[in-house]
Design a protein around this ligand. Sequence first.
Ligand code: ADP
Ligand code: ZN
Ligand code: ZN
Length: 808
Amino acid sequence: MKNVASVIVDVPAMQTDRAYDYLVPEEWLGSILPGMRVVVPFGPRKIQGFVMELKEKGEVSKLKAISEPMDLVPVLNEELLSLGNWLTDKTLCFKISAFQAMLPAAMKAKYEKFFRLEEMTRLDELPDPLPDLFRKNSEISWKAAQEAGILPLIQKQVKQGKVDVIYKVKARAKKKTVRKILPAFNRDQLEGILESLPPQASKQKEVLRYVSDASNEGAPLLVKQVIENAGTTASTIKTLVNKGLLVEKEEEVYRDPFEDRLFEQTSPLPLTEQQSQAIKPIVDVIDQNLHRTFLLYGVTGSGKTEIYLQSIQRVLEEGKEAIVLVPEISLTPQMVHRFKGRFGDDVAVLHSGLSVGEKYDEWRKIQRKEVKVVVGARSAIFAPFENIGIIIIDEEHETSYKQEENPRYHARDVAVQRAETHKCPVILGSATPSLETFARASKGVYQLLTLSKRMNDGDLPHVSVVDMREELRNGNRSMFSQELFDKLQTRLEKGEQTVLFLNRRGHSSFIMCRDCGFVVQCPNCDISLTYHRFSNGMKCHYCGYEEAVPNTCPECTSEHIRYFGTGTQKVEEELTKLLPGARIIRMDVDTTSRKGSHEKLLTAFGEGKADILLGTQMIAKGLDFPNITLVGVLSADTMLHLPDFRAAEKTFQLLTQVSGRAGRHTLPGEVVVQTYTPEHYSIELAAEHDYDRFYLQEMAMRKMGAYPPFYYITMITMSHEDLMKVVAIAEKLSAFVRSRLSESTIILGPAASPIPRIKNRYRYQCLIKYKREPNLTPTLKTVLDQFQQQYASGGLTISIDVNPYMMM
Ligand code: ADP
Ligand code: ZN
Ligand code: ZN
């Protein structure tokens, strides 16, 4: 008898990062299964945990018992459980963090559980005392069931699909419901019941007759409809419910974030020659149930999405499921539309714009196998499908696929891991693949598929690079070069649209004294404060510290203190001054913070309600409007100067993305890129749309610098309130790591992080570069184990990022 459960408990700490054994109470034998969450006693407390496996009672005779289950069916299947272990190993996170990362946020919140009849369940199918209980209440709370000692009985019904478990998250994610009623009798009993009612109850009789007629085989009817169609009132219905003649139930309706929209059905387009060639190997792999990773390398507008759609269709025909990852900011209604248009209600959408409740609803649709395709941002890679037939990652080079908190996973790695288990293909799609991916494709680790032509056979837009130093020398102090300004004006005259792109990073406005150069800094972090116009205040983006803008310089008391940098607001002001007639839509964090506003602004632009769309990163992707004929990049090089070995790659990718917004349809497009470093290869080659040369040049740089894809890297960041302490520990830690790793491994540091202090904590880092380092994982585990434990009480935190994307 397997009556011992090994449980990973919710205490994210090194010392508790292992499975603990608990006894399964008698009444739950056979019902508590791996992948369920349970409540267990842990020291003086009761906490949550995940059941990993069940085993025979071992040596230890005195085991504590599981207090109660939290789920009646597993929330993680076997594959996800082993994926969690893999994730723990790869990212060095706590096991509990790995498992929690796979569940929707609503399930981590506080909630109450209820039981409810499934739609088609009839009361007389249920064992006593359930029919009575469900007659009186449409829902039975878990607590009440527990107190009545009928939980195990109900669980059997859950297993048989007759009863459903509902999580009502307290105040956070309430399910949306509608009220329905159904007859508590069958048709043959109707006449007898009518006779038993007093003659004056004619209204009630009418309702019963109507319900009996209308309710086909006892299917529930909407209360609203009964009131309308039978000409009755809510109170008459209530009376009949109280008499036990009608049963009332609440039924869940999924919150559909796209419910008001109609999705026009689309059908597969006949593929072009190059599309057919690209899709063939994918289809072959699908048909043969093989795992393989493809890089679909195709310029924007070359028809990659159509290939995704048709590959998915093939997978669905085989009765399998599909996961599609799209970067958060590209997950626009336009994008969702393309998938829903093709696969309709088979599609669930998971992105951060949804409320906790909406996300939970979408997740449940996946778990209940009500959908077959999920389109989502990073965490959708954990969709609890059991029969995955394809995983697609669009814009695979996007750094948002890397999670920057524990577990620090990259969705691409998780995708490949899951696809190996499911024996299915992964498609990585991009116009500007990450160096790592393209290198793997060049070596044949991934299979390269190329789409070299744009769908409309149009040429890529012409890009002209403007040297802003030259502009300055010619006396132009404006943020618009003459060329960009002229072209803007022409667009206005012709009634065509322009997208102006401002690279936010490194470009937020800061407050500087013109006389002495003093820059207002955050007192807690070593970073300058960002000016916010609407509050006329300054804010720290790392710790949230705020203060008012000083009138005079705190250093030299000069009054020439003002904000610098070109925030979107400032650009908007200048545009309004220079081109008073232009209608401008500004999109940045300020104008899009409210839910749905992002979409509204884009729709307005698409409908031609503005001439210029001005924005940050968030407008770089997914925009596909036929009337955009000019794209302006106000300053291309801001990202180049970040202390990040991927700076050139990111610049190239961003410029390519942005340029792709112009001339996607019949009108030809043009791009103007303004820069202070026109000679940098990332800018030059982006202007020439030459990824291949960029790749070669950048690979040479990476090789020289011993960076990925030539070396793997791992970064250890240590932080402490006390500078001297963190320096001392960093030295010790680096020395320890050095002593354990091989000669060929390069260890840089310890050195102060590029942002040396955040939230009053001093930060030091140590960068490890290696090609093959079998000792790495054990060494890092030891570091976490020993250093963390030894110094944790003194306030040290250590974070380890394997293959980091944030170098600061
Ligand atoms: P990408 O995903 O590479 O940017 P898309 O799949 O969005 O490219 O294709 C660009 C445009 O071409 C879209 O408007 C799309 O509907 C259209 N398109 C794609 N494939 C075909 C095809 N085989 N026949 C006709 N139009 C197509
Ligand atoms: Zn000053
Ligand atoms: Zn700060």
